[in-house]
Write a protein that binds this ligand. Sequence first.
Ligand code: C2E
Ligand code: MG
Ligand code: MG
Length: 567
Amino acid sequence: MPNTIAKINPENGKHLVLVVEDEEINREILAEILSGEYDVICAENSLEALEKIETNASFLSLIMLDLNMPGMHGFELLKILQDDSTLARIPVIVTTSEEQAEVESLRLGATDFITKPYVPEVIRARARRYIELAEDRTIIQSTERDVLTGLYYKEYFFHYAEQYDQYHPNVATDAVVTDIIHFHMINERYGKAFGDLVLKRVAETVRGIVSQSGGIVCRRDADTFLVYCPHRDDYEELVEKCSVDVRDDFGNEAHIRLRMGVYANAEKDIDIERRFDRAKKAADMMRGSFSNNLTFYNNDLHKKELYNERLLEDVYDALREKQFIVYYQPKFDITGDAPVLTSAEALIRWKHPSLGMISPGVFIPLFEENGLIQKLDDYVWREAAAQIRAWKDAFGISVPVSVNVSRVDMYDPLLVETICAIVEENGLTSADYMLEVTESAYSDDSAQLIRTVKRLRELGFRIEMDDFGSGYSSLNMLASLPCDILKLDMKFIQNTDNHVNGARMLKLMIDISKYLNMPVVAEGVETDKQLHLLKELGCDIVQGYFFSKPVPPQEFERFIRERIEQC
Ligand code: C2E
Ligand code: MG
Ligand code: MG
């Protein structure tokens, strides 16, 4: 298929037209009518025509085709053109004196039908129109489809899905989101070229199956595909069949498996994109599971969606009315004989007037999706700074507090200025204020993030890498990442209770941080046994329910008093 959309002769700016006509006189008349505006070539019969079409396929703009010719009939030629996806794009105007052949010509893919005798203006006007239309169609097709897979882009896909609904308002339809389990690993292990082949094969397979029932498919991004199709009940077989078909091509060792999130019988009065959000929510339920490959949007997810919508609606009032409260959880240094309070972590809670106390695990991920998190974090950072100030004034000592910094915050170009201003406004120094950045943010490996962390450290702020070990940071990466303290993911501590290798794993993590010369914080310490093990393994600082849950500031003061008494 030619890439150029306007197929003109660069030397004279003319399109190429082929006249296929066995009668010399007619051939000459047509050539004469068209030659002012077009480059014209002629063929006396279908076979000669086919040869010329194939040779000039990439820049032939129009075919004028007679039907009754010796040898191959014009219909035969039309059929051949229609069956070839490249040649089928060339518009064909059938020219004949047989008026009854019109329907059959159009059925075989002809663009239009003109009867003899010829009227020059009509011929030229139609030729112009069909060439333009064909070029417009090529432009549309080149922008509506993903280059790699040939599937629709998301925007066109949504548009066609809406059109489908307009024409079939009573047909029950399903919105499906499908992706390849651990595609990034396939890419990493076998290379991008192989990954591309897999994507193409998946696209072909899914399209092949769903287009049989009138469904449409798009590639949303990377390895995620969207399907909109008349309702079906066989998703279990469908997802399995797609995986097996693709594996047949690439072999079992590549472990290619699809999974699907299905919003079946999607409500038609909600926005099309939202229908796919629901399918995506179902798909997200399978995150982290390798065995599960099909989930439906159900009532529980629907309730959760409504609940989340409510939270999003209420958040502005909540900020204004100070419904968000900051709790503090103490961290203790356990390197000496008795644990000593070293600092605290600020953790937000939402005291909702009708929904009660809401944990950050519920609303933080929600606000991270839409940028609201920045507002919330800014609020917490200010509250925490004011609290450190108040404790300094009341007790005469500094209790450094660490605040959580979301991944989104890390990309705010004003982050460093904001933090410095907050610290300064409260008469604090960078030693009073610490920042917790989750490990998964580091795995973006973004130059901007690393620059921001470096600048903050240069200004004296200590950075803790939160939930270390929960994400993807490889040991390699760790050596070059800027941070001061490693905060181990809770599962390392909790796994020591019932996993044989849990304690060994924990030791390994602590040894790594020692090797890197970084203090380790263990969070989620709930028992005396865990505390002893951590002490034995050389952990520096602990945080957990064993000492205290996160508490309101007044309750926290008891730890400050104890600390003062220890001195
Ligand atoms: P995180 O930063 O890793 O915070 C530690 C979480 O572990 C807190 O949950 C804390 O209450 C909980 N935890 C502490 N000790 C124990 C223990 O011994 N056992 C168990 N099972 N859990 C323990 P919380 O307060 O529900 O916060 C959850 C997550 O929400 C936090 O994880 C953090 O990622 C996020 N978060 C909390 N507050 C903020 C905030 O102000 N801003 C941002 N961006 N995220 C926040
Ligand atoms: Mg934290
Ligand atoms: Mg943590």
